[in-house]
Design a protein around this ligand. Structure first.
Ligand SMILES: *Cc1c(COP(=O)(O)O)cnc(C)c1O
Length: 818
């Protein structure tokens, strides 16, 4: 709930002189750039941003949902069709969004910290929030909203009740920082460090640093490592830190890593600083030093700083999705609780279509700066606008305001009494969001809901998948549709969990191998069109019942499906004709054209939705002539078929590596497979992809073994010297194949590579860890990057496709979303 509100006519006068306002007094709370995120339709203003898709197409849907205010740029767009909406014209809606944020920023004169740098921006921002929130009421960027769009949306959250702002700014090319500076107008600047990300956007490292420092053009105070002080503007009071230079304002004399964390000893003028942080890695130490200096600049005393720093906790921005008891899906976000992260978690909950019912378990929200009544009223409205069916509040605070929540809510004073009193069988077939502040220990609830875990886990990074999807999208010509292949349990990574993400991201089609896979998707709320590539004669009824679209690849599949449709009285059912242009697997041959034509002329049962073929070697230059020939054949075939049949249909042939290598063959649609999962046989693309899957397990036991003793079945593993072995919980039944035994395969523990010893067992295997620092319970990585996945495939004499799809179903899949 904003105290500081604008009417649409006030907004219009700030950003445009061409508007058509039918209700000039409409109050605007929410700025919307993603049509899927509407929560307060009546008070939302949608910006139609320019991009690959023409976003004007979302206006109709948003209007339907009650949105009544739009900023648009297409002069020809018929606003007359939406008589009850306010329209503001802008040649550049992004600029207008930024201008609105700028105007909003000017209304406030409390201090604003602006953070930039290559790494650590989000951690420093979140830590400063943890460190300062007991004294200040802080408004900050949600997650890492630091882009040209994210920054204005963050600034829009500034309001009268706050007295400190913390915002981060990220850029990828020259010219961007000036825009962000003029929006954030930081009074205190914080520079984290410089690294290699986005190097490609700049001519040199120097240029990149200078560009980033443009955020600090008007700050009063600037905090950075002494190494960067020459870039600081003269006008600012500069506060530097250094591990080497005693002349820095905060000179770090010593950092020592101990069991429980790191001790930092430093001097600040005459003051001695002695601080412990509960982290051991170098990046955390540097981020902590930056935070210490900010606190010193804000005139905190040493004891206060030490006290707060000792209690820092890790920044966990990712949401975890896993399956729970009684067919539930659990979204675990039990480490932070504030309004903006609640909103983000609720959005993620709403992407999940697998269950209709949605439950939220929520703890007290701490440090919001709002009074309880106002806070929980806002929470209650938010839950209502997101369509939550049931809410459980845990904590004294939230319980005090229970009358603000609807009838389907219940309250418990603390986590223990919830676990004691609740009957877990009351939760079934639903998605449950766990959102609690750290001190409530919601991980206990999470464990209680989780199914028994076999400790080998395949982690799926949904952000990486979204990144890969967008990468291939950016390679498509305008108007080309996208079919994504989710066959074989999404190349091993999951079924509806993946499809949900794809549906949410508006892909056009999904493809599965068998009808069952399609049925599972339908039963879990997937409404996208789905092509089934191997429709078996026994599954025709299921195909029609669940509105799946079969691939028809032979005279017999054509006849069988048509006969079935006739028997149930269905006509014009969409099918996908597969043409064999050289793969010689499934498909009609080009000279079947007349047969097909004849058949379709006689029968009314079928309608050709698409005609497609599959390239056999699109990634390989050696076979380019063959690829060209395949493309020629489908072109020729579809041209003739379309002409004779009198209607047009979708034509497609590209798989992943063809999308960029053969743009001329994109036709009307492409079929994205392995690229979505982070692998492309065409190396130029590969570099731009992010690894989606991480396979990991844990060390069950460590043993001392003497030289010459043997390890495992058949005594194949002979210990080469006195040393240690670790038994880990993954075996060939999980997909860590037997061929990887006896030193062929390797894994990574604490960053170090260790090799197998002895034969691989069904559920376990042994690693030689002699001389390495390994403890029982340590995490063991089988692969976590493209490089390690490729290496594993190479050792097995196979391709990443086979490695991914060989990971057995008993390996638990856990999904992450940041
Ligand atoms: C699997 C498959 C694809 C996707 O291939 P990738 O190489 O994984 O992109 C495309 N088309 C058909 C017919 C397939 O079977």
């Amino acid at each position: 709930m904003k105290e500081f509100t604008y009417t649409i006519s006030q907004i219009s006068s700030l950003i445009s002189d061409q508007s058509s306002l039918v209700f000039p007094n409409q109050i605007i709370y929410q700025l919307l750039i993603d049509s899927r995120k509407v929560t307060e339709a009546k008070n939302a203003l949608f910006f139609v941003l320019k991009g690959r898709k023409n976003a004007h197409q979302y206006i109709a849907d948003l209007y339907q949902k009650g949105v009544r205010a739009f900023v648009y740029y297409d002069k020809n767009f018929e606003i007359g069709k939406y008589p009850e909406a306010n329209f503001i014209f802008s040649a550049d809606p992004l600029k207008s969004l930024q201008n609105l944020a700028k105007a909003h920023r000017k209304k406030f004169d409390f201090p604003v910290i602006g953070i930039t740098g290559s790494n650590g921006k989000t951690v420093v921002k979140e830590w400063l929030y943890q460190l300062l929130a007991y004294k200040y009421t802080i408004v900050r960027s949600p997650k890492s909203y630091n882009s040209q769009i994210g920054v204005p949306l963050s600034i829009w959250k500034m309001d009268a009740m706050y007295n400190l702002g913390i915002f981060e700014a990220g850029i990828s090319k020259p010219g961007e920082m000036e825009a962000l500076e003029s929006i954030i107008k930081p009074t205190i600047g914080v520079f984290t460090n410089i690294g290699s990300s986005h190097d490609e956007g700049f001519s040199s490292r120097e240029e990149k640093i200078k560009e980033k420092f443009k955020l600090f053009g008007n700050v009063n105070k600037l905090i950075c490592n002494k190494a960067y002080s020459k870039y600081a503007p003269e006008s600012a009071d500069l506060y530097t830190w250094s591990l080497e230079e005693p002349t820095a304002d905060l000179y770090i004399k010593e950092t020592s890593v101990e069991d429980a964390g790191t001790t930092i000893k430093a001097v600040f003028g005459k003051r001695k600083i002695d601080i412990k942080i509960p982290f051991k890695d170098r990046a955390s130490t540097e981020n902590a030093i930056t935070c210490i200096l900010v606190m010193l600049v804000l005139e905190y005393d040493e004891l206060e700083i030490a006290d707060k720093m000792a209690k820092l906790h890790p920044v966990k921005m990712r949401l975890e999705l896993k399956s729970g008891v009684n067919n539930t899906s659990i979204i675990d976000d039990s480490y932070n609780s504030d309004l903006s992260s609640l909103e983000i978690a609720l959005d993620f909950l709403n992407h999940q279509q697998q269950h209709q019912k949605k439950t939220v378990i929520l703890s007290d929200i701490q440090q919001s700066g709002l009074d309880g009544q106002q806070l929980y009223q806002t929470v209650s409205k938010l839950l209502e606008s997101k369509g939550i069916d049931r809410m459980i509040g845990i904590g004294d605070e939230i319980s005090r305001y229970q009358n603000l929540f609807g009838t389907n809510s219940s309250f418990y004073p603390d986590t223990a009494s919830f676990i004691d009193q609740i009957d877990f069988s009351a939760f079934r077939d639903e998605t449950i969001l766990l959102k609690g502040a750290r001190k409530f220990g919601f991980e206990k609830i999470s464990n209680a809901f989780s199914q028994q875990v076999h400790e080998t886990i395949l982690e799926i990074n949904l952000n990486a998948m979204e990144h890969n999807l967008n990468y291939y999208r950016s390679k498509l010509k305008p108007g080309v549709k996208l079919m994504t292949m989710v066959k074989a349990f999404g190349y091993g990574s999951g079924s509806f969990e993946i499809a949900n993400l794809l549906q949410f991201n508006h892909v056009d089609y999904l493809a599965v191998a068998y009808a069952d896979e399609g049925v599972t998707l339908r039963q879990n709320g997937i409404t996208l069109p789905i092509m089934v590539m191997s429709p078996e004669s026994s599954s025709l009824a299921a195909i029609v019942k669940h509105n799946l679209e079969p691939e028809i690849f032979s005279k017999s599949t054509l006849t069988a499906f048509s006969n079935y449709l006739e028997s149930i009285g269905v006509s014009h059912y969409p099918i996908h004709l597969k043409l064999d242009t050289g793969m010689h697997r499934l498909g009609f041959m080009p000279d079947d054209l007349d047969y097909i034509l004849q058949f379709l002329r006689e029968k009314e049962t079928l309608k050709i939705q698409s005609v497609f073929s599959h390239l056999v070697a699109s990634e390989s230059a050696e076979h380019d002539d063959f690829t060209r020939q395949q493309i020629g054949i489908i072109k020729d075939f579809t041209t003739k078929l379309e002409k004779e049949i009198g209607y047009s249909f979708i034509k497609h042939i590209c798989n992943t590596s063809a999308i960029t290598r053969w743009p001329e063959a994109q036709f009307d649609m492409v079929r994205l497979g392995i690229g979505l999962y982070g692998v492309d046989n065409f190396s130029e693309d590969d570099e731009n992809l992010e690894q989606v899957a991480i396979l990991k397990t844990t060390v069950s036991q460590i043993k001392q073994i003497k030289k010459g003793e043997t390890v495992g079945y058949g005594r194949r593993g002979v210990m080469p010297e006195d040393g240690q072995i670790a038994t880990v919980k993954i075996g060939y039944a999980d997909g860590f194949l037997r061929a990887l035994g006896n030193g062929v395969g390797s894994m990574f523990i604490n960053g170090e590579e260790v090799f197998t010893i002895g034969n691989i067992c069904m559920d376990m295997c042994m690693l030689n860890i002699t001389g390495k620092n390994v403890k029982e319970g340590d995490e063991v990585i089988i692969f976590n990057s493209q490089k390690s996945l490729y290496k594993l495939a190479e050792k097995l004499n196979t391709i990443p496709y086979e490695v991914l799809t060989s990971i057995s179903q008993r390996v638990k899949r856990v999904y992450y979303y940041e």
